[in-house]
Design a protein. Structure first.
Length: 142
């Protein structure tokens, strides 16, 4: 049995940084999911008793905040070096079940082999990124 101090599991990205990414990814996911609650995503509710438009566009402020979270996460991922980005991708793969903890070195090697300048686009395209990163950390005991 391996322990988190095993050099084969040494992360080049700190678990605290990954946890920050997890929080941001979950916030983004929650924002997207709340838009589709109850299957009413295409319905528009109009106030019939108003004679002229006095809407203050509060929804745009909320939308901008969600976009900021997404933009922040994208920038944080883009700022990672090659080793950190490969570890982050490998963590998502372990959390998703593509690899298990015993295959960590293989997962990292494959992530480096597939290395791309668009790591943020790849990761943020994962619908359960936050959960998979969290499960990846747990699998490694980090």
């Amino acid at each position: 049995m391996r322990h988190k101090t095993d050099p084969e599991w040494a992360l080049s990205i700190s678990p605290e940084t990954v946890r920050l990414f997890i929080l941001k990814a979950k916030a983004i996911s929650a924002g997207v999911n709340s838009d589709y609650d109850d299957g009413h995503e295409h319905e528009i509710e109009m106030d019939s008793d108003r004679t002229h438009d006095t809407h203050q566009h509060d929804g745009l402020v909320e939308e901008e905040q969600e976009d900021l979270t997404e933009e922040e996460l994208r920038e944080l991922i883009d700022d990672l070096n090659v080793d950190e980005a490969a570890d982050l991708v490998a963590l998502a793969w372990v959390g998703r079940g593509d690899y298990d903890a015993g295959e960590w070195a293989e997962a990292v090697a494959e992530a480096k082999r597939r290395g791309t300048s668009k790591t943020s686009k790849y990761l943020m395209g994962m619908p359960m990124l936050g959960a998979w990163l969290e499960e990846g950390l747990e699998a490694l005991g980090a």
